[in-house]
Design a protein around this ligand. Structure first.
Ligand code: SF4
Ligand code: SF4
Length: 375
C-alpha cells in the first residue's frame, strides 16, 4: 500500500480505501472476507454510511481485534425510517443512530464523523447553523467520541462553501471521469431560474483545488460511477477498467484516498490490483469529455433518493432494470421477484426526484422497470 496525508489532519491513509455501500445486504462471511483482504493489504480507511443494523453488526465482527488498524468514517444524519434508509437533521435521531453505530461496531469512537449528504444551500444553513448537526458533531468530538469532522456531498457549490468555511477536516465527494466531464455545476435552484451553461458555477476541479489549498482531505467516492463506466453498453463510447478509474481519481488534486465500493473479496482484490498495475494499465487518456457528457442522468444505485413512501428499493430496482437492459436473465428476474415492493407500486409522487444528486428521471426508470419485468 502507498499512503498519503489526509489533508492537514496529519493522518496517513492508504490510497485505496473501502466504501461499504455494496456490503449492506450480503452475508457476514462476505463482509469479513472483504475486510480480511483489505486490511491484509494495508487498507486503513473504511466508510460506513449505512444505518441498517446488520451491516453495522457485520463490520463490528469483521473489525474485532483490529479496530485500531483502520480509520472508520461514520455518518451523522443517516438514519432509518420504517426500515428504509433516510436522511435526518434531527439531533435526537442522529444521536441515537450515532450511538447505535458505536455499539454495533464495538468501539467508543469514530475517526471521521461525516455530516451526511449535504447538497442544498438551505440544508447547509440548517446543518452548519447554530444548533445544527455540526454543533452536535463538535460536541461528540469534545467528548472524545469523534476525532475528525467531515462532510459528504455531491454538488460543488455547497461542498466549496464547506471547504472554505474552515470547519471541516475531510470532504467525501464523487470523483470519476463521467461526472468530471461536466463543465460546471447546475444546482436545482439555478436550473429553475434558467441558468445557461455559460453561467454555470464553480467547477469540480476548482473544488478539488480548494481542498488541496486548504488542506481538507478529499476522499473520492464513486470512482466507478456505479459500475456504468465498465460496460460497453454505457452511453459513452469509452469503457474503463477499475484500475483506470482509480488512477483517474487519485490523479485529481487534493485526493487523499479513493473508496471503491466492493461487494465481495474478488472486487476488493481487483481494486487492490491498482498497486501492482503498470503505467499502461493505469492510462486513462482515452476518456473524452464530450462523449462522457452523455452519462449525466445515469443512476449510480446509491439510494440517496430514499425513503420512498410506498417502500420501493429505488436503487436496486433501477440496477435490475439496467442489468436486464443489457441481458435479461433468470438471475435478474429472480432478484426482481424477491423485491418486496415492485416498481408498479410507484404512485409518481416525485418525493425521490429532488433528493437524487445525479439528475436521474426516477419515475421514467420505474416505468422502465415495469416494462421490463411486467410488474
Ligand atoms: S435515482 Fe439517484 S439517488 Fe436514487 S439510487 Fe439512483 S443515483 Fe442514487
Ligand atoms: S416517485 Fe415513485 S419511486 Fe419515487 S418516492 Fe414516489 S412512489 Fe417512490
Amino acid at each position: 500500500m502507498r499512503y498519503r496525508k489526509l489533508g492537514r489532519t496529519g493522518a496517513e491513509v492508504g490510497i485505496i480505501g473501502l466504501g461499504a455501500e455494496y456490503l449492506e445486504f450480503v452475508s457476514r462471511e462476505t463482509v469479513v472476507s472483504v475486510v480480511d483482504e483489505a486490511v491484509a493489504r494495508g487498507v486503513n480507511y473504511i466508510d460506513l454510511f449505512m444505518s441498517s443494523p446488520d451491516v453495522r453488526d457485520n463490520f463490528g465482527i469483521a473489525l474485532q481485534n483490529r479496530r485500531h488498524r483502520v480509520m472508520i468514517a461514520g455518518h451523522l444524519g443517516a438514519a432509518l425510517k420504517h426500515g428504509q434508509y433516510c436522511r435526518s437533521r434531527d439531533k435526537t435521531v442522529s444521536t441515537e443512530f450515532f450511538t447505535d453505530l458505536l455499539t454495533r461496531l464495538q468501539t467508543d469512537y469514530i475517526d471521521v464523523l461525516m455530516l451526511h449528504f449535504l447538497d442544498e444551500p438551505d440544508d447547509y444553513k440548517v446543518v452548519f447553523g447554530s444548533g445544527g448537526l455540526l454543533d452536535l458533531a463538535l460536541k461528540l468530538k469534545k467528548e472524545g467520541k469523534a476525532r475528525l469532522i467531515g462532510m459528504s456531498g455531491h454538488r460543488v457549490p455547497v461542498a466549496l462553501d464547506a471547504v472554505n468555511s474552515g470547519r471541516i477536516d475531510v470532504l467525501m465527494f464523487p470523483v470519476n471521469p463521467a461526472f468530471d466531464a461536466l463543465p460546471g455545476e447546475l444546482t436545482l435552484e439555478a436550473a429553475k431560474q434558467g441558468v445557461t451553461r455559460d453561467r454555470l458555477g464553480p467547477t469540480r476541479k476548482e473544488l478539488y483545488q480548494a481542498c488541496a489549498v486548504r488542506g481538507v482531505g478529499l476522499v473520492a467516492m464513486k470512482p466507478y460511477g456505479g459500475g456504468v463506466l465498465f460496460s460497453s453498453a454505457n452511453p459513452s463510447s469509452i469503457v474503463l477498467t477499475p484500475v483506470q478509474c482509480l488512477n483517474y481519481a487519485l490523479s485529481q488534486p487534493g485526493v487523499s484516498t479513493v473508496l471503491p465500493g466492493c461487494k465481495n473479496a474478488a472486487e476488493m482484490k481487483a481494486a487492490l490490483a491498482f498497486l501492482e498495475a503498470s503505467d499502461e494499465e493505469k492510462d486513462y487518456s482515452a476518456i473524452s469529455d464530450s462523449s462522457l457528457w452523455k452519462l449525466k442522468g445515469n443512476c449510480v444505485y446509491c439510494n440517496h433518493c430514499l425513503p420512498c413512501p410506498v417502500g420501493i428499493d429505488i436503487g436496486m430496482t433501477i440496477r435490475l432494470a439496467d442489468t436486464a437492459g443489457y441481458r435479461l436473465d433468470e438471475a435478474a428476474v429472480a432478484y426482481y421477484e424477491a423485491l418486496p415492493v415492485k416498481a408498479s407500486e410507484c404512485n409518481e409522487c416525485g418525493e425521490c426526484v429532488e433528493r437524487c444528486p445525479f439528475g436521474v428521471d426516477i419515475i421514467a426508470s420505474m416505468n422502465r422497470a415495469v416494462a421490463v419485468f411486467g410488474k
